[in-house]
Design a binder for this molecule. Structure first.
Ligand code: PMP
Length: 406
């Protein structure tokens, strides 16, 4: 009898290509852009990175709430009064007073009837999208949607129909091809975080509604900043009342961690029982929900900070444009300004040159970026001073010339 030996296949072989790209990059001698450690965080805009005092221009701390004294105090109090964690799901032992308080703060912030808090924004998209769109339904989404939206689509049973980024006609065409009577969900983002561009929500929502679709808008990168009350791009374009579901996160302007969905749908509360990424995971720690509730309430009255952040965005955009950098948008549309790099090598060299100048930005690459682009993503904070923004422009000028990009 002959013995057959089955050769085992290394399940990691599928990562060989990305391992090689990473090894080649590091062999060129640059610091690893994906393993930077913040040794000490001094403020929303400054940290010690690799022993160097560094200006932070690559966080999502748009409104600078992470060091707000009231926010910190709320977290400390909750830690002492309620302990370090809930050790349970929201539907069992994991709903504390703070979870209700942060949901009340969200309802007030958006002026909506229902708010449901998840452990992250990623889970909010995963949960809501996969649960509300079922087997007979269609999800029509922008091709540049965030990974959490795509993963929500993958996890559910609906038919997935992508359309070209921000293309109103393409959206309409896709919607018209869906069989009559099918359930339809259009998924959009207020701000697209890679290039910092906004969606034409007014026109897109009209097309969606004319074709009988429900609309979900992810306002992760606009909450707190865009719109008169910081409710996002839908507020700024006057269409918030037509959005069926707003998805958001606490990990950006709110300054902590967590995700949410707000809605006026009369049956929305049933989500708490049927949405698996809400049910089958532990709820947020008390300190997190209390800091979030305090931060959200302060963001309702942050008009001056919003105005200063817009000023920062405009000054940086113009400064970089005048230096000759290629940017993701011709006008500043959000707090994100993406500087387009010619290739990964020069992008990484520029990233490192900026770090040596004392500036941290995000190096972004495919698959996160559209069209295979390498980007240096700058995200501004309402706590950056006008002087810091000028310093940043000077750093870009020196680094850009040293690397040969400008
Ligand atoms: N949606 C968008 C558009 C995002 O950019 C992100 C995170 N960058 C998320 C959702 C997920 O948010 P969280 O960090 O809370 O998981």
């Amino acid at each position: 009898m002959s013995e057959t030996v089955t050769e085992s296949r290394d399940l990691f072989s599928k990562f060989d290509e990305i391992i090689a790209v990473r090894e080649n990059l590091l062999a060129s001698g640059v610091e690893d852009p994906f393993s930077l450690v913040m040794e000490k965080v001094l403020s929303p805009t400054r940290a010690i990175c690799n022993g160097r005092d560094t200006i932070l221009l690559g966080t999502y701390n748009y409104m600078g709430m992470t060091f707000d004294p009231d926010v910190i105090e709320a977290g400390k109090e909750a830690l002492e009064q309620f302990g370090s964690g809930t050790t349970g799901s929201r539907v069992l032992n994991g709903t504390y007073r703070g979870h209700r308080e942060v949901e009340d703060a969200l309802k007030e912030f958006y002026g909506m009837d229902h708010a449901m808090v998840f452990s992250t924004g990623y889970q909010a998209n995963l949960g809501i999208i996969s649960t509300i769109a079922g087997k007979e339904d269609y999800i029509v989404l922008d091709i540049d949607s965030h990974a959490s939206i795509w993963d929500g689509c993958k996890m559910g049973d609906a038919q997935i129909v992508p359309f070209k980024h921000n293309d109103i006609e393409a959206l309409e065409k896709r919607l018209k091809r869906i069989p009559e009577g099918a359930g339809k969900l259009v998924v959009l983002e207020g701000v697209y975080s890679m290039l910092g561009d906004i969606a034409p929500l007014k026109e897109m929502i009209k097309v969606a509604k004319d074709n009988g679709a429900m609309v979900l808008v992810d306002e992760a990168h606009s909450m707190g900043f865009i719109g008169e009350h910081g409710r996002g791009v839908a507020e700024a374009q006057g269409v918030l009342d037509q959005v069926d579901f707003v998805i958001g996160t606490f990990s950006k302007s709110v300054g902590t961690v967590g995700g949410f969905c707000v809605s006026n749908h009369p049956k929305f509360e049933i989500m708490r029982l049927v949405c698996r990424p809400y049910v089958f995971t532990a709820s947020l720690p008390p300190s997190v929900v209390h800091t979030a509730a305090t931060s959200i309430r302060k963001l309702m009255h942050a008009g001056n900070k919003r105005a200063h952040l817009w000023e920062n965005s405009k000054v940086l955009h113009k400064g970089l444009m005048d230096l000759g950098f290629k940017l993701g948008t011709s006008e500043p549309q959000s707090a994100i300004i993406a500087v387009i790099m010619p290739d990964l090598e020069r992008g990484a060299a520029m990233w490192e040159a900026l770090l040596h100048e004392g500036l941290y930005v995000n190096l972004a690459r495919p698959p996160a970026t559209p069209a295979g682009m390498t980007l240096l993503r700058c995200s501004l904070c309402a706590e950056h001073t006008a002087e810091q923004v000028q310093t940043i422009i000077g750093m870009f000028e020196r680094a850009g010339k040293a690397v040969g990009i400008i």
